[in-house]
Design a binder for this molecule. Structure first.
Ligand code: LAN
Length: 747
């Protein structure tokens, strides 16, 4: 029924307890059988790939997850056969039809284990890291995977022959050099037409010495850059006393977990052996002869197309000292710090079943573990098996996801979206499966080494992806809890998450509140804001500490409000205080124009939805001065009204995130439209026409079988890198329609 190209059929997504593995021509559903290099591809199949994974990024660089979706629905999809409620009013019937169609289609994408898989690509600096780990450890991917990776890399080359930080971005040195080198590691000839052009881009923009520091790191590991051209990572910093504000235990966990293995590689000056390929690459990417480059001078050179944050004078001072320390360093202290780092790396590996917290440290830890224990060690093998958890196949080829998936997050949202109205109850099997996954994903144990390695207590929490990844997240806990409550209220399942576990989740949420009243991502804010002055990344902002965010705060406040309704006597005064200080934080984050800036999706419509949702839910319950809440909500509605497009929808581009100024998209976007509508309906905005015209945009965008088109990229991190949330195109239109049905149709 849907377009399924022959080459796509060779790829099958295997899932188990949230784990996602793309297998090529799988002989069984056993995931473990597909985690090694098995070469089973023929030349004809390679030729077929080249045809079937041709992707034209010029009209839209976002692939539509067609390989997963079209093959998953191809044989089993059926139109909804249950009883559809009838309304005499044709407009109302249209809403009912669209909503049921939307939920029906979407339920076919759910896996047996109960979650919704989806493309989580977008950033272009991730796959290169993994390929470098695979190259240096001499652990190649199967040929089928390699071919698919090449196609992906070529598919995302920009018109000017460079590559961006992410699939929608303009070309940068970081993006271009990393993809160029990746293609060469994958065996593409340097005289390939697209590589010749890419080389010209690199050379015309000053050559690879201008790559930002993370790129310098990867190139140094490959022996394409000299470690002397790299600012010291000062591994001894891990031996600092813990009370010091600059001790890395206080950094945002992602920053901490990336700079940790980087410091190990730096301390060991890990570099690939020189060979023909490396020698040739040195000439290909640098403007000067490798041997005559003045390396120390390159430490702070960054191509202007890459600069997002400028290094502060404090950072420069610190670099001056730490770089000089390298000349006089104590061998004893260096050994002590690298031993400590290695111990920490092992702990992170074990705590996460070798998945690691994210895609960057997964690749770099692999390099460290290979260096420390060798290719045949058990530890390294466990690492390399997890590489596959990050790979994703779509019609643009094989990419590396930005996490080992967004399983829990999407499942919680999808469930809440469906259960917002009674029509969701027409899908009891779907809800029962979601519930199983949500139940399974709640974290039940603490790892023995969690306190030693600075982990936030996590029993009762939910992670963003899977329990094996196991890093608890504040707002994921809130979403997991809200979804659990919604399912319990639906009466569709026999509760498995008992009262004790609900209370544990509440305790986790309470434990995550910062002194500013807000909630951050994975941990409390552990150091003062001035630490940001030490951000050495050049390409990301606000990465040094875990900041309170509007979205995270709103999600936590909402779940606490729901807990107050369902478990009225539980920790009442503590929860009430948490809610009111949370509301206060949200109010303080609101901008003069009535909007909120969103740090984790695009952008103002996203956070404004969260802000309004929390405030509206709290209003009238004595948590805060109601007049203040009302004024804030009115301001937010005025903002949204001002941004509504002529066709009735809303649309923002990723530039909103990096420029911090609302950037209107040329066309309405389903996801932004849904967020704006959810906010307006939560606010009980009085002008029905405004809401109706937005709803019409969603209806018009819906396809015959109930899907919505993949439009622009909708996720972001650290202001400057975009990330795909393939499930959002279904979840949020369904949610907006559910809310519309409940408020205006159901009667
Ligand atoms: C995510 C994904 C989920 C996201 C939300 C839950 C949506 C958010 O509300 C809180 C922050 C969080 C958990 C988040 C943090 C940063 C992540 C982990 C990511 C955007 C996914 C990928 C990104 C990670 C940092 C990417 C690797 C890049 C580095 C700079 C280390």
């Amino acid at each position: 029924m849907l377009n399924v190209k022959p080459g796509w059929k060779n790829w099958q997504l295997l899932t188990e307890k949230g784990r996602q593995i793309w297998a090529f021509k799988p002989s069984s559903n056993n995931i473990n059988a597909h985690l090694q290099n098995v070469d089973n591809i023929t030349d004809e199949e390679i030729a077929q790939f080249a045809k079937d994974f041709q992707f034209d990024k010029s009209s839209n660089p976002n692939s539509g997850d067609k390989v997963f979706r079209n093959t998953a629905t191809d044989t089993k999809f059926q139109n909804f056969t249950g009883e559809i409620p009838q309304s005499a009013n044709p407009d109302k019937q249209k809403i009912i039809g669209a909503l049921i169609k939307g939920m029906n289609y979407y339920s076919y994408l759910q896996t047996e284990d109960g979650h919704w898989p989806g493309d989580y690509g977008g950033p272009l600096f991730l796959l290169p890291g993994l390929l470098i780990a695979s190259y240096i450890s001499d652990s190649p991917f199967p040929k089928a995977h390699q071919e698919m990776m090449k196609l992906y890399l070529f598919n995302h080359q920009n018109k000017d022959a460079g590559w961006g930080m992410h699939i929608e971005g303009e070309s940068t040195m970081f993006g271009t050099v990393m993809q160029y080198v990746s293609l060469r590691l994958l065996g593409v000839d340097k005289n390939h037409e697209q590589l010749i052009k890419a080389r010209t881009w690199i050379k015309n923009n000053g050559g690879a010495t201008g790559i930002p520091s993370w790129g310098k790191f990867y190139l140094a590991v490959l022996n394409l850059y000299d470690w002397q051209g790299f600012n010291s990572l000062f591994p001894e910093m891990w031996l600092f006393p813990k009370w010091l504000p600059v001790h890395p235990w206080r950094y945002w966990c992602h920053t901490r977990m990336v700079y940790l293995p980087m410091a190990y590689c730096y301390a060991q000056r890990i570099k690939a052996p020189e060979n023909e390929l490396i020698l040739s690459l040195r000439e290909e990417i640098h403007n000067e002869n490798f041997a005559s480059i003045n390396w120390p001078k390159q430490r702070d050179t960054v191509c202007e197309k890459d600069c997002y944050t400028t290094p502060s004078p404090v950072l420069k001072w610190m670099n001056f000292f730490t770089n000089n320390y390298e000349k006089f360093k104590s061998a004893w202290l260096r050994k002590k710090s690298t031993d400590y780092i290695l111990k920490y790396l092992n702990a992170e590996d074990e705590q996460t079943s070798y998945i690691n917290i994210g895609p960057v440290n997964q690749a770099i830890n692999s390099i460290c573990i290979w260096h420390a224990y060798g290719k045949d060690s058990v530890q390294f093998k466990k690492h390399a098996a997890r590489w596959y958890d990050y790979l994703w196949v779509a019609e643009d080829g094989m990419k590396m996801n930005g996490y080992n998936g967004s399983q829990l997050w999407d499942t919680a949202f999808a469930t809440r979206a469906m259960l917002e109205s009674d029509l969701g109850k027409l899908f009891p099997a779907t809800i029962a499966k979601s519930y199983r996954f949500i139940e399974l994903s709640q974290i039940k144990d603490e790892h023995p080494t969690h306190a030693e390695f600075f982990r936030h207590p996590m029993i009762g929490s939910w992670p963003f992806s899977t329990p094996e990844n196991g890093w608890p997240v504040a707002d994921c806990t809130a979403e997991g809890l809200s979804a659990t409550l919604a399912i319990h209220h639906s009466g569709l399942v026999k509760p498995m998450v008992d009262e004790q576990r609900i209370k544990q989740a509440v305790d986790v949420i309470l434990s995550y509140q910062n002194t500013d009243g807000g909630w951050a991502t994975y941990e409390l804010t552990r150091a003062p804001k001035w630490l940001e002055k030490l951000n050495p990344s050049e390409v990301f902002a606000d990465i040094m500490i875990d900041y309170s965010w509007t979205e995270c705060t709103a999600a936590c406040v909402i779940s606490l409000l729901e807990i107050q309704e369902t478990y009225p006597g539980f920790k009442t005064s503590e929860i009430r205080k948490a809610i009111s200080t949370g509301l206060n934080f949200i109010l303080n984050q609101q901008r003069a124009d009535g909007s909120w800036y969103g740090g984790w999706a695009v952008c103002f419509t996203y956070a404004t939805w969260f802000g309004v949702e929390a405030l509206s839910k709290a209003k009238g319950n004595g948590y805060y001065d109601d007049a203040t809440l009302a004024a804030s909500i009115t301001g937010a509605c005025a903002f949204l009204l001002d941004k509504q497009k002529a066709d009735g929808g809303w649309g923002e581009t990723f530039k909103s995130c990096s420029t911090l100024v609302y950037s209107e998209a040329a066309a309405s976007q389903g996801v932004n439209t849904a967020w704006a509508l959810l906010a307006l309906m939560a606010a009980e905005f009085s002008e029905r026409k405004v809401i109706e015209s937005g709803i019409n945009v969603l209806l018009n965008k819906q396809s015959a079988i109930g899907d919505w088109p993949q439009e622009s990229i909708s996720g972001v991190f650290n202001y400057n890198c975009m990330i795909t949330y393939a499930n959002y195109r279904n979840i949020f239109p369904v949610w907006a329609l559910s809310r519309y049905y409940r408020r205006y149709v159901q009667g």
